[in-house]
Ligand binder design. Structure first.
Ligand code: PNW
Length: 478
């Protein structure tokens, strides 16, 4: 059964839906730059307009109400609020926009979960070195305090940083996300480190300055696949799967939830590779400094973004250069029995979520967990009757039920990615994750509910009407 006050949500992020990239004094972000430079995004598309939620927020609110969501997860655009990234220059129009969104949600009895940073660093801060610079942590802390101060009377669930792993690796190692750096084997660790420092500073600020009056909760959203050994009887495969979990989830979750430092497995793997390449052992993965506020304990709940699973075997690497891939020294493969969604990276493995939830319960001291993203992608011609996605949501949510009922995992909320089709980063508009279809080729950008949206709203309304006894509530009707 689902606990009382379970959060039923959907998620979006600022750059992916807002548009209005220069409206009313907004400053540019690294995604504006990355898209406008051309070559990095499918069809050279960009988020200049996308769903135009900056002007069409009422339409989004209608979608939220139609679904019957109890929670809505959105992100704030740092450069819309603070065009040059600093609190010296506040854009009041940006403040007004988010005030209106938050007030409208609350008026409709929907609780906002607000992410402060979802991939869109102000370009002005990138010009100072971006996440590679240690100073970004202080700037992020000031921005966070500004947001707590401005919106925290009404926002009770905060995510500081969304998916530091994706920002670090895709933005600075692989280079397919902004800022598009490909500094293999070095920059991503530094970026991840500064993101953890930034997160921890913001959490401590909330804790000491706002918690008593505002009574909210703050965490960071960590993405991870579920990794399991290709051959569970092969020692090397088992070790490779453990390393993959350590390099993906553990990288950020160990410091925050268990030790205040990176997983030992990760440190030793990186040191080994550094030495093999003739460098000193402890060069690339930074150490946490006593000068910084402690990292351990800086999350009031566990926020997980889960999309897919991988089988892992040993080996699979790679040229004579330093890289994260080389450090990881593991090869990820798909199980042929797993169906693939619209995008090649997203194999549909709902039971992987249950396993990952149980792993988090066991390894990270049984935290309260919000699943802050989970979803299914569609490509190709319009299919409002998205039967595959309906199946996906049904079976995923039933795995969450099993995790709660049979494994005793403390799951408190589930957010579908995404409320509506939007700008899917390097894939542009070619990949659709929405519960609502958005007609990007029409001036009105009309939103139309998919069958999966109707399905999700049925699940939510059943939960609401059965608040206390939801056992088997997915069984009938489907
Ligand atoms: C998440 N990948 O990011 C993000 O939080 C969302 O903004 C995004 O739309 C969603 O997942 C769907 O992709 C990811 O390439 C971006 O492996 C890229 C990847 C994974 C997650």
């Amino acid at each position: 059964m689902f606990p009382r006050d379970f959060a039923w949500g959907a998620a979006t992020s600022a750059y992916q839906i807002e548009g209005g990239w220069q409206a009313d004094g907004k400053g540019p972000s690294i995604w504006d730059t990355f898209c406008h430079e051309k070559g990095g995004v499918f069809g050279n598309q960009n988020g200049d307009v996308t769903c135009n939620s900056y002007e069409l927020w009422e339409k989004d609110l209608e979608c939220i109400q139609q679904l019957g969501l109890t929670h809505y997860r959105l992100s704030l655009s740092w450069a819309r609020l603070l065009p040059d990234g600093t609190i010296r220059n506040v854009n009041q129009k940006g403040v007004q926009y988010y005030n209106r969104v938050i007030d409208d949600l609350l008026a409709c009895d929907v609780s906002p979960m607000v992410t402060l940073y979802h991939f869109d660093l102000p370009q002005a801060i990138q010009n100072l070195g971006g996440w590679k610079s240690p100073d970004v942590a202080t700037l992020f802390d000031s921005y966070s305090k500004f947001c707590f101060q401005t919106f925290g009377d009404r926002v009770k669930l905060w995510i500081t940083i969304n998916e530091p792993h994706v920002c670090a690796r895709l933005g600075h190692e692989v280079g397919i996300h902004a800022p598009g750096l490909k500094e293999k084997g070095t920059a991503a660790y530094l970026v991840g480190h500064n993101m953890l420092r930034a997160h921890a500073m913001a959490w401590h600020s909330y804790n000491s300055e706002y918690r008593t009056t505002q009574k909210g909760a703050v965490s960071l959203a960590l993405n991870s696949d579920w990794f399991e050994p290709l051959d569970p009887l092969r020692h090397e495969d088992v070790a490779s799967a453990e390393r993959d979990l350590a390099f993906t989830l553990g990288w950020f979750a160990w410091p925050v939830f268990i030790t205040g430092d990176y997983p030992e497995l990760m440190r030793s793997a990186i040191e080994t590779q550094s030495k093999m390449m003739g460098y000193s052992g402890n060069w690339r993965l930074p150490r946490f400094s006593k000068e910084d506020p402690p990292i351990l304990g800086t999350a009031d709940f566990f926020a997980l973004n889960y999309y897919t699973s991988r089988k892992v075997k040993s080996g699979g690497c790679c040229g004579p250069m330093l890289s994260m891939k080389r450090d990881l020294d593991a090869e990820e493969v798909l199980d042929p029995s797993w169906p693939i969604s619209g995008v090649s990276w997203l194999a549909v493995v709902p039971h992987g979520l249950r396993k990952l939830l149980k792993y988090i319960k066991d390894v990270f001291n049984n935290p309260t967990i919000y699943i802050t993203e989970n979803g299914f992608a569609q490509v190709g011609p319009l299919q409002i009757e998205d039967v595959e996605r309906c199946k996906f949501y049904r079976s995923t949510i039933s795995e969450v039920v099993k995790a709660i009922e049979e494994d005793g995992v403390n799951v408190r909320g589930y957010f579908a990615w995404s409320l509506m089709d939007n700008f899917e980063w390097a894939d542009g508009f070619s990949v659709r994750f929405g519960l609502f279809h958005v007609e990007f080729s029409g001036a009105e950008l009309s939103r139309t509910i998919y069958r999966s949206g109707r399905e999700y709203s049925k699940i939510i309304s059943k939960y609401k009407s059965a608040q206390s006894g939801c056992q088997g509530f997915l069984d009938d009707d489907y």
